[in-house]
Every structure is written in C-alpha cells, then in structure tokens.
Write a protein that binds this ligand. Sequence first.
Ligand code: FES
Ligand code: FES
Length: 152
Amino acid sequence: MQLTVNGQRREVAHPDEMLVWVLRDELGLTGTHYGCGIGACGSCTVLLDGQVTRACLTPASAAAGREVTTVEGLARGEQLHPVQRAFLENPLQCGWCLPGHLMSAAALLERTPNPTPAQIEEAAGINLCRCGGYNAIRRAVARAAELKREGL
Ligand code: FES
Ligand code: FES
C-alpha cells in the first residue's frame, strides 16, 4: 500500500499496523511520539487531510488516499512553521508532548487564524503535558497565530 506523507508517496508494508508504528518504524519519522496508546495523551498526533488524528488509534490503511502530515512536514525547507518558531520562543521542559502540540496548533491556525483565548485553551488542552507546561503552550499558540497572521 502507498501513503502520501508530507507530500511524498511512500510504500508501506504493514497497512494493518497503527499509523504511529508505520510512521516511526517503517518510514523513520520518529517525530511522532508514542505515549499512552489509548488516544488520551496526544503525543502521537498527526494530521489527516488537515484534521488532528491520534496515530496510535488509526490503522495505516485508514490513511490511504489521504494527506498525512507529521511534525517533520511542518517546515518548508529551512523555513520553520510559525508554530515551530513560537515554541522556540516559549520552550517546554522535556519536550515529549511537543510534536502533538505543534500539530494541534498548526491545525487550529489553519482553520482559525485569529483564535480566541478559549480556542487556544481547547487546542492546548487536547494533548497532555506531563511537565505542566500549559502556560508556555498557551503563549506559544497565541504567538504562532501572531506570526502566521503577519506572514512571518
Ligand atoms: S499515544 Fe496516541 S494518544 Fe497517547
Ligand atoms: S514538556 Fe514534558 S511532557 Fe510536555
């Protein structure tokens, strides 16, 4: 089976595996993390056709014919995505949750360029941060919206 991942067609040998393992073990895209395996923590978050998706609960076969975006696909060459730059300005602690937050924030800003504090709160809250970095996460999402609106 083939998948389109970060704009590239990739051959996948185990379509019945969960997407998180196909991305990590077959395609070497280890930026997608694995935490709980039950859809609760969000560290495995990727985008399927722009929609936030838990890769630990999604068989790779469910991504066939759809555009998969992982954290490795956010930057455009050397140009970091606004969410990446915003989190560099607002660093977290261990960073385990970071890929999930980056993907959730990127999806939010794609559909809501000017998010309200409540929308930022919701986006920040769908992924767990065991280090309790929610203040930095809220600041980073707000800053990313600013950078994106300014086209930076
Ligand atoms: S590993 Fe997928 S939600 Fe936790
Ligand atoms: S920074 Fe450690 S889990 Fe979020």
